[in-house]
Write a protein that binds this ligand. Structure first.
Ligand code: HEM
Length: 211
């Protein structure tokens, strides 16, 4: 049997399916916590489970966003670039919910106490700084923003994501008091992702004709 030829219109459906699949998968952690609250299955301290879980997912999405470019350069996978913006926005979304959960469940919107906490506990200070770095990135994630800023300026601004990654891991390290294994795992992952970028840039610098 002759293989069916696919028209360009059919090919264009593929990114759409990929994006739909990634969107649904990315929303699942939220569904998991909503279900957990409903079913009372989040353990003895559900508030801590929610705040920590949302923070972990924010970091997971941040690292996934940072993985798209190295995957293109080293594995020649271009599909992660199609979902990079969505992953970045999910990182911001989960970070916002993480912040909301802290403001609401931890602090009951007691603003003087929140301000005191930001100055008193370094891991909260670093968490806030990370969130503030993510804000302009999320706000300039549209095609319109890229056009208005111009690609070179937009790219320069979006380099803040590296600093956000470093600060997010530092926030995790500072929060943990005893078992450092998980934050260490994230630190190794982040170092690998940033290291691969550095290797690629060095390589490009030596052979400027490569894309
Ligand atoms: C917006 C400001 C932020 C505040 C106020 C904040 C606050 C907190 C708090 C209260 C905890 C739990 C501490 C505990 O249970 O003792 C936590 C944990 C955590 N946060 Fe944040 N955070 C912020 C931003 C972020 C951001 C932007 C990220 C990642 C992109 C992040 C990632 C994490 C991670 C990974 C944990 C540890 C989760 C675990 O223990 O499994 N946080 N944060």
């Amino acid at each position: 049997m002759r293989p069916q030829l696919q028209t360009p219109a059919q090919w264009r459906l593929k990114p759409l399916w990929l994006k739909a699949l990634v969107f649904i998968s990315s929303a699942m952690p939220l569904g998991w916590y909503a279900f957990g609250i409903q079913a009372d299955s989040l353990g003895a301290n559900p508030i801590e489970a929610i705040t920590r879980g949302l923070g972990t997912w924010a970091l997971n999405f941040l690292l996934m966003t940072l993985a798209a470019t190295p995957l293109k350069h080293f594995a020649h996978w271009t599909w992660p670039l199609l979902i990079r913006r969505m992953l970045g926005l999910f990182a911001f979304f989960y970070a916002s919910l993480h912040l909301l959960s802290y403001l609401w469940f931890d602090q009951f919107f007691d603003w003087p106490s929140i301000i005191k906490d930001i100055f008193k506990r370094p891991f909260i200070t670093v968490g806030m700084a990370t969130f503030l770095l993510l804000c302009p990135l999320a706000m300039t994630s549209t095609d319109g923003a890229i056009r208005r800023l111009g690609l070179p300026r937009w790219k320069k601004l979006h380099r803040l994501v590296y600093l956000a990654g470093i600060l997010a891991v530092l926030h995790y390290f500072w929060m943990v008091k005893a078992d450092m294994r998980t934050p260490l795992m994230y630190a190794v992952g982040l170092t690998l992702l940033l290291g691969l970028r550095a290797v690629w840039l060095l390589h490009k610098h030596r052979r400027p004709n490569r894309q």
